[in-house]
Write a protein that binds this ligand. Structure first.
Ligand SMILES: Cc1ncc(COP(=O)(O)O)c(C=O)c1O
Length: 385
């Protein structure tokens, strides 16, 4: 701890101790020409496939007026941005009830929106139900800052049940009943659809069943739909359901609408982007096409090296079993991680996502072929060493 950290509050110290381990990856990023010995980052949930288009659009369309230099329209986002988001989501998410600006609150990022939900909906010591595996940062957004004690320890395990199936609902019931019998107060049910890290969408009937589950137990539903527009075609999963926003369903049939909280976002929300229908149509379609191509490239590589993975059709992730492809099967997942580090490739360990088995790792495939090639070859060297 530095001397400055010694002066922090107990909360500040606890957070300082949880510095994410990807910061050192960011400070030594691989670049073929300027930093060939750097770390290939195929672990963070970033999509670099569409950078050029977005950079061009933002640089040629950015304009601000003096309104942006004031308190604006209050603390929950400008009217103009809310109108742009409504315009965009009303066409992309097909909401049952058209969205209007008063339905929205703008935050700086989706994590922040999730944290606001946690802070506003749960009290110290309350619990939130979430299925395994789950997006690792939920641990921080629910556990650390908002009141220092909201827990997402209520992890639902599925064993061999498909977490996207109707049968999975029973696992939530069981986890809920067990938690209640221990006297836990459960406030919310957290769903990530499309899912990080499994990269699949929940079908409509399952979503509806989850809403009924929330109604039976008086739970809020927090639905993180950040990957809504990153669903693509995987010929190996021809029947995979596409994305269905909970907003597109007749929520009041099964649940009190004020108990449903949907989060979605762009890393840098630009009103101009959201209002330009032609640009967004081409952008979303090209993104889907490039994601499908990068996924195909990545999974062809994995299959040709006998590395098992779970097929997906959404988001940026390949959930793969590196242990099954090891030269020495006695190697632990922590040792695999160390080998990956040694080969300078950043891939995330499954236990960070509360994976039920220790074999699993999550890689991000939303990168051009040269990055994937370099990262996958380094990964292969690591597991074959
Ligand atoms: C499911 C999910 N929610 C939220 C976020 C974070 O979004 P933001 O960078 O806008 O805070 C991520 C990013 O990885 C994510 O995968």
């Amino acid at each position: 701890m530095t001397s400055m950290e010694g002066n922090l509050s107990a909360r500040g110290k606890a957070i300082a101790a949880q510095k994410p381990n990807f910061l050192d990856v960011l400070s030594d990023l691989w670049a073929p020409e300027s930093n060939p010995d750097g770390i290939v980052n195929i672990g963070l949930a970033e999509n670099s496939l569409m950078h050029a288009e977005m950079e061009r659009f933002i640089n040629s369309n950015s304009q601000i007026d003096a309104h942006a230099l004031t308190y604006g329209d209050g603390f929950s986002g400008s009217h103009r941005l809310k109108e742009a988001i409504c315009h965009f989501l009303n066409s992309q998410f097909s909401p049952w009830t058209a969205l209007c600006p008063s339905h929205l609150t703008i935050t700086s990022g989706v994590s922040n929106a999730v944290e606001c939900c946690a802070w506003a909906l749960a009290d110290f010591g309350d619990y939130v139900l979430v299925g395994r595996p789950y997006f690792n940062a939920f641990k921080t957004t629910f556990g650390t800052r908002p009141g220092y004690g909201i827990n997402i320890k209520l992890l639902v395990t599925f064993a061999t049940t498909d977490p996207f199936s109707m049968a999975a609902v029973q696992h939530y019931e069981k986890a809920y009943a067990e938690a209640k019998s221990k006297g836990f107060r459960i406030k919310a049910f957290l769903l990530c659809s499309p899912h990080n890290p499994l990269g699949r969408c929940y079908p409509e009937n399952v979503l509806k069943e989850y809403m009924k589950f929330c109604t039976r137990h008086g739970l809020h539903l927090i639905c993180d739909e950040i990957y809504a527009l990153s669903v693509w075609e995987n010929p190996r999963l021809p029947d995979a359901p596409g994305f269905r926003s909970v907003l597109s369903m007749d929520i009041k049939e099964v649940m009190e609408p004020s108990m449903v909280h949907v989060v979605w976002g762009l890393n840098q929300v630009a009103t101009a982007v959201l209002l330009d229908d032609k640009f967004t149509r081409v952008y979303v379609a090209t993104n889907r096409h490039r994601l499908a191509e990068s996924y195909r490239f990545t999974t062809n590589f994995l299959r040709s090296h006998h590395i098992p993975y779970a097929e997906s059709n959404a988001a940026f992730f390949v959930w793969m079993n590196l242990k099954a492809a090891l030269k020495d099967p006695a190697t632990t997942d922590k040792e695999i991680l160390a080998k990956l580090r040694k080969e300078k490739v950043y891939i995330a360990i499954g236990t960070a996502y509360a994976a039920e088995e220790v074999e699993w790792f999550r890689m991000v495939f939303a990168h051009p072929q040269n990055v994937l090639e370099e990262g996958l070859n380094r990964m292969l060297r690591a597991i074959q060493s």
